[in-house]
Design a protein around this ligand. Structure first.
Ligand SMILES: Cc1cc2nc3c(=O)[nH]c(=O)nc-3n(C[C@H](O)[C@H](O)[C@H](O)COP(=O)(O)OP(=O)(O)OC[C@H]3O[C@@H](n4cnc5c(N)ncnc54)[C@H](O)[C@@H]3O)c2cc1C
Length: 367
């Protein structure tokens, strides 16, 4: 139970972080380590934001962030510190590329996709990272089910107000909500500069329109056929698929992305079409699956804006100087994956943004 309640109106704290995704939890953890009195407010009933791992019967369904890359050096250092292990993405064997449904898909060398560089997944699922951070922060410091609707600058402090009318005050507030959503969902008093609003409105949110699925089988039958489980289809409802098996845990799965327009289908319809696509491409064995799950991120109102990314180019304005500029006399700071200039939109970008705002707060609080 979070101790952040209206008594904090009186007992001012140092920092309130809005959003318990990777950026928010990393910033909170770092600030706590440095001795700041910090709390997180999260609209959802759970932590994680765009990191969404479902575990059922030891089977891992990765429905949000999945891959870690060699160049994600800050993220990898954090994972090491949290004692979280990585394992290589399986890419042995041929990939399959489907250009029409009437003919057999073409085989391709999977190294064409990664240039031969290994890339990794998080052992036990991506949610390990947010769960470990949450444990280290302590549940008393994270207030779930608290959707912030307004942020007000007062003389010496800054106030956040929830939809339920709760008011909390602090010396600094860090917002980690994706900028395009932030602009439409939280009001600021005084209002933010118009150039900031324009940039926020035009900032691309990574993966906001994606549909990610995981399907579990009794066997990794594709590996027995010399296939990597990597599929690229230009004509199916599935667009991209990769192996998600963990033979040492006795689980065999594929995960990937569906076409955006599959959001108009029901979950049952999407499941049926994914199985049909996999049977056509990999063989009849694909019909013998254990369970299917997916996440449609375009209708996730706490990470996607209403019009998603319509009209924007990929990573547009991510890390823009105007986006990251503190406001309200330095009391309001902006973090989140989209505010990073390096690896924007990715977990690495989220972690880097947390390090940046923590540094900004440290510097400001010394003055
Ligand atoms: C399908 C998918 C696949 C991905 N694959 C990869 C990958 O393979 N590798 C990789 O590095 N990255 C990947 N990403 C991106 C990665 O998930 C993000 O970079 C990272 O999780 C973003 O963290 P964040 O904290 O910046 O934002 P978010 O995770 O979006 O967190 C923002 C938080 O703010 C909360 N919030 C929103 N509004 C309010 C409000 N008004 N009041 C309070 N709280 C609020 C939200 O509920 C959320 O918890 C993927 C993302 C998706 C969706």
């Amino acid at each position: 139970m979070c101790d952040l309640d209206t008594k904090d109106e009186v007992k001012q704290i140092d920092v309130i972080v809005v959003g318990a995704g990777l950026a928010g939890l990393t910033a909170t953890y770092l600030l706590k380590m440095k001795g700041f009195n910090v709390r997180v407010v999260e609209a959802d009933s759970k932590i994680g934001g765009r990191i969404k791992t479902v575990v059922e019967d030891r089977r891992i369904y990765e429905l949000g962030a999945t891959w870690v890359f060699d160049h994600n050096t800050t993220l990898r250092t954090l994972l090491k510190k949290l004692n979280i292990k990585l394992y290589n993405q399986f890419v042995e064997g041929l990939g399959l590329y489907e250009i029409d449904k009437a003919n057999r898909p073409h085989g391709f060398d999977t190294k064409q996709v990664s240039g031969g560089t290994p890339y990794y997944k998080i052992k036990g699922g991506s949610a390990q990272i947010v769960q470990k951070l949450f444990q280290l922060i302590g549940e008393d410091f994270v207030k779930l089910g608290t959707k912030i609707k307004a942020i007000e600058s007062k003389h010496e402090h800054i106030k956040v107000i929830s939809e339920k009318g709760e008011k909390f005050k602090a010396r600094y507030v860090i917002v980690t909500v994706p900028p395009r959503l932030l602009e439409t969902s939280i009001s600021f008093h005084p209002i933010l500069p118009s150039e900031k609003v324009a940039v926020m409105r035009s900032t691309h949110t990574w993966m906001a329109e994606s549909i990610k699925f995981t399907i579990h089988f009794t066997q990794d039958f594709w590996r027995n056929k010399g296939l990597a489980g990597m599929i690229v289809s230009g004509v199916g409802t599935i667009m991209e698929v990769q192996d998600h098996s963990s033979p040492e845990d006795g689980t065999y799965a594929l995960l990937g992305f569906l076409r955006e327009d599959a959001i108009t289908l029901s979950l049952k319809e999407r499941e049926k079409i994914v199985v049909e696509d996999l049977v056509r491409i990999l063989g009849e064995e694909a019909s013998d699956y254990i369970a299917y799950k997916d996440a449609t991120w375009a209708d996730a109102p706490l990470t996607s804006s209403v019009s998603v990314n319509r009209g924007l180019t990929i990573h547009q304005y991510n890390g823009h100087d105007v986006l990251v500029r503190p406001e309200m006399n330095g009391k309001l700071l902006f973090a989140g994956a989209e505010t990073s200039k390096i690896n924007p939109g990715y977990m690495e970008g989220a972690v880097l943004s947390a390090f940046r705002v923590v540094k900004e707060i440290e510097k400001a609080s010394k003055n």
